[in-house]
Design a protein around this ligand. Sequence first.
Ligand code: ADP
Ligand code: MG
Length: 450
Amino acid sequence: MEIIEHLRVELDLSNVSFTTWIKPLKVYKVVDNTVYILVNMNASIDYIEKKYMLHLKVAIAEITGTEFDIIFIAEDDDRLGDIDETSSKPAEKKKTKSAAEKAGLNPKYTFDTFVVGNNNNFAHAASVAVAESPGEVYNPLFLYGGVGLGKTHLMHSIAHYILDINPKKKVLYATSESFTNELIASLKNSKETSMADFRDKYRNIDVLLIDDIQFLIGKESTQEEFFHTFNHLHTLGKQIIISSDRPPKDIETLEARLRTRFEWGLIADISSPDYETRMAILQKKIELDHLEKYNIPNDVLQYIASNVKTNIRELEGSLNKLIALYKLEQYKKEINISLAAEALKDIISSENNRAVTPELILDIVSEHFGVSIADLKSKKKNAEIALPRQIFMYLCRTMTDTPLKSIGLMLGGKDHSTINHGVNKIASEIKKDETLNNTVDIIKKKINPV
Ligand code: ADP
Ligand code: MG
């Protein structure tokens, strides 16, 4: 669904072509690396294939970050039965994986996919040691480093490793945002069982991973609860792993007693990767995402690695963008430095000067909620999209001096009263709704980390 809406925005299709060709398409099944798309009997598969296949592929790759093959099938095609059969196998496989899935882990974030370089070798070695002997070596393990440098990836790797060896281990990965919001919710709920449930969830485990602890600070009751959770687990010899964007000593509002606790274990930093590591990460991504077929020339990779220096997410994003551009214009262009320069345009300027701009806010809101920018710009009214959109309006208005009209234009042409309404709505809701207030606060810190 999201893909289809994305296509409409991306291709700027007239309403007629959209309703005729794209809208009736349904994703039938996803089997391994293939998406089967069901085509309505009245439509011509040939035509759709010729005209939209490429765009669909790009849209799917952009949204999911993975490349899929697409097969169009007619509604009355008798291959449908076969697809059902083959797809029942991966479903079974899934069941055995559920320990990692249950823990909310990204299957891509493992030690196997993590490139070790001089910027992270210490943090990596410490993580492996903890994964091999949880609770026995460094407790807590405190990982710190800037945005997009691999903290979350390492934490998930530890959790995967522990669960692979022993799926029965109770491993809990949580962001400090979810820790805080769950705590707020259980405090608000007057039933006594609710707080007991919260404690049960966070204390009755073998390994606790809390990501981005910097967002937990400055909130007294949350820190207090976390302190007790920490002590409880630590006394029992349970492993605790924490990440942050800075070391404990630089978290100003961190309570002294928590700081001391964090310093009990091992503190390991991840810094920006050097050039060789950046090249190695690009090569690894080519291998993992099967991008060899594009034969990206070495000088293009070198160009990307020399220009995107401080954020590995952006390094990967540059490669995705390059390939998306290439596909859209593949009849005209080859992959060369000038195409790479075009792909990197926005990224380089944002690396060098991270001013708070509406574009930056839009990116961060989109990433935080996992909602695509196309959706934020769309007219969709469901809450999962409307709320992030209004939060964007509010942040844009309070953190920059962008006029309502320009915010409306950024959101695909909404009028200024809609924007005004959104801004006011969030402004008043955050006074009443503590969870929302916490979330908005965290996004603000992501935009402007100080
Ligand atoms: P952080 O949590 O520090 O902000 P992430 O762990 O989310 O950063 O990493 C951002 C992206 O960069 C992820 O897609 C991750 O897989 C990738 N990445 C980071 N470090 C490495 C590495 N050393 N090797 C491979 N990929 C990496
Ligand atoms: Mg992270």
